[in-house]
Design a protein around this ligand. Structure first.
Ligand code: XMP
Length: 514
């Protein structure tokens, strides 16, 4: 997508774990920022108001260390080097960097020695967060040191005339007490940014760009009802209306009332998508018959989704584009200098669709972070309960009905899960929890109801908190709430006589049971 009218900060990535944070922080200041691999050209430099060189795990003297061209300091664009970025600046501009055998990690107090635009309004003696090995031993010509810590005589350096700055610490992490202020000084005082980037303007520009690119061609998208695909679909439909056909594949593995809700919200008067609901539930159940292995279930479901989607596309004929809700973190992961890292995201891809079907891709969210997508969705009028949904796995209830999946067992789980969600919401906890759900165990246990012995199913309750799904801890739900859940589920869901609570963290357990 083009941002032709926007000023932008280019962040060159040298592989720091914090690079995305730098981008986040600049955007929080309403300045658009873009992360580029360190060796990629800047693109349209006229838009670039400033360059930030990220930190990185390498040492500038290491063989194969990532290096940029010296020209970057001659463009007349302000540059801020952070940690590795500072050392690289020092090295390329003929300073001296000393590899130290002792790395400096964590907190240090930053003492300001001279006034500097970069440190305007910053108090001396506050915490700065360090994570580095090398340090500046001799400043490059034209530079002066403006602040130090007990371990780093040059913690901040500048060549004010050329507007080149270096920070030995990480201003982007929250532990650096005045890091936010320092970044703001760089953006506004030094680069002269206006700070007028908003998601509203992003939406307008994106819609304009989409119209231009798509013209009168047709676009297809898979709408799951999740946040990313919903926002992507609504945005594209704002641009090209009914030329976008949103295909909602109801695989029969959704929660109670979910399929109806998707159709009502997106097909109805509110969002007015050109929505096609395809009921694939029979077909899926048939394929899943007798299958117990979770990975097999996943494969079957993924495969059938693609098959159904292809059939629909075929029926519609001459479709040129496929719209997808790819987000910025997925994009960065694939371009990063470190190379893609293995994460949970592999299961989120609708594997192989574009390659197989020769679609051109439309990815209107590929520059946004998740919370920006939510905010954009809000601007586009998508209801809050869709935008703030907890994550839900693509294979749906098939991995929560443990073992064999049957219509009957799905129905039991749906009822139990609906009670769970209703009570969690009533208790005001839904948004406090990363994910909560019920699972149906593949065992029966003995119980007694009235005077009769029962031999029925067990429902497990799972509630976890997590930041990214990679690690998680179980939530200490109040006992009263657990008691209420157990009572309601056993009394109201036919076929259940026992409820258990899952108290395992991830690792070693996973969030889902299958
Ligand atoms: P686990 O169970 O691996 O789950 O700890 C981590 C996160 O990923 C979700 N998940 C999936 N999402 N397809 C998906 O789209 C899948 O096959 C899948 N398996 C797990 C899970 O709900 C949690 O948020």
């Amino acid at each position: 997508m083009k941002h032709s009218s926007h000023e932008e900060i280019a962040i060159l990535d040298f592989g720091s774990q914090y690079t995305q944070l730098i981008a986040r922080k600049t955007r929080e200041n309403k300045v658009y920022s873009r992360i580029l691999p360190f060796n990629e050209p800047l693109g349209d430099a006229s838009r670039v108001k400033g360059i930030i060189l990220s930190g990185g795990p390498a040492s500038v003297y290491q063989e194969g260390a990532p290096i940029v061209s010296k020209n970057i300091f001659e463009l007349g664009i302000p540059v801020l080097g952070i940690c590795y970025g500072m050392q690289l600046m020092g090295l390329l501009l003929n300073g001296k960097i000393t590899p130290s055998d002792k790395r400096e990690y964590g907190r240090a107090e930053l003492f300001i020695d001279r006034p500097s635009s970069l440190l305007e309004g910053v108090e001396s003696g506050k915490v700065a967060w360090m994570s580095h090995g090398d340090r500046i031993d001799k400043l490059p010509p034209g530079f002066q040191s403006v602040a130090h810590t007990s371990n780093s005589p040059v913690a901040v350096m500048e060549n004010a005339e050329k507007r080149l700055y270096g920070l030995q610490f990480h201003p982007e992490v929250t532990h650096s007490e005045q890091g936010g202020r320092i970044l703001q000084n760089f953006l506004f005082r030094i680069c002269g940014c206006g700070g007028d980037w908003t998601l509203g303007s992003f939406a307008e520009e994106t819609i304009r760009g989409l119209r231009e690119r798509i013209g009168d061609k047709k676009v297809i998208c898979g709408l799951s009802g999740g946040v990313d695909s919903s926002v992507a679909a609504v945005l594209v439909s704002k641009a090209v209306g009914d030329q976008l056909i949103s295909v909602f594949v109801d695989n029969g593995l959704l929660r109670k009332g979910e399929a109806e809700k998707v159709v009502q919200v997106f097909g109805g008067a509110g969002m007015k998508l050109n929505l096609r609901r395809v009921d694939a539930s029979r077909r899926l159940l048939e394929k899943l018959k007798g299958v117990e292995d979770p990975e097999k279930k996943r494969k079957i479901i993924g495969h059938e989704f693609i098959a159904v989607f292809e059939e629909e596309a075929e029926k519609l004929g001459d479709i040129e584009f496929l719209a997808q809700g790819t987000l910025y973190p997925d994009v960065i992961e694939s371009v990063s200098f470190k190379g893609p890292s293995a994460t949970i995201k592999t299961h989120h891809n609708v594997g192989g669709l574009p390659e197989r079907m020769k679609f051109k891709l439309v990815e209107p969210l590929r520059e946004l972070f998740k919370d920006e997508v939510r905010e954009l969705g809000r601007e586009l009028g998508i209801p809050q309960d869709i935008l703030m949904r907890q994550p839900f796995p693509g294979p749906g209830l098939a991995v929560r009905v443990l073992g064999r999946v049957t219509e009957e067992r799905l129905a039991i789980l749906r009822e139990a899960d609906a009670i769970l969600l209703e009570e969690i919401k009533r208790a005001g906890l839904y948004h406090e929890i990363w994910q909560c759900f019920a699972v149906l165990l593949p065992v029966k246990t003995v119980g007694v109801m009235g005077d009769e012995r029962t031999y029925e199913n067990v429902v497990g309750i799972r509630a976890v908190n997590s930041r990214d799904g990679m690690t998680a801890d179980w939530v200490k739900l109040p006992y009263d709430l657990l008691a209420l859940l157990s009572n309601r589920i056993i009394n109201e869901v036919k076929g259940v006589n026992r409820v258990v609570y899952d108290i395992s963290s991830k690792p070693p357990a996973t969030i889902e049971w299958e």
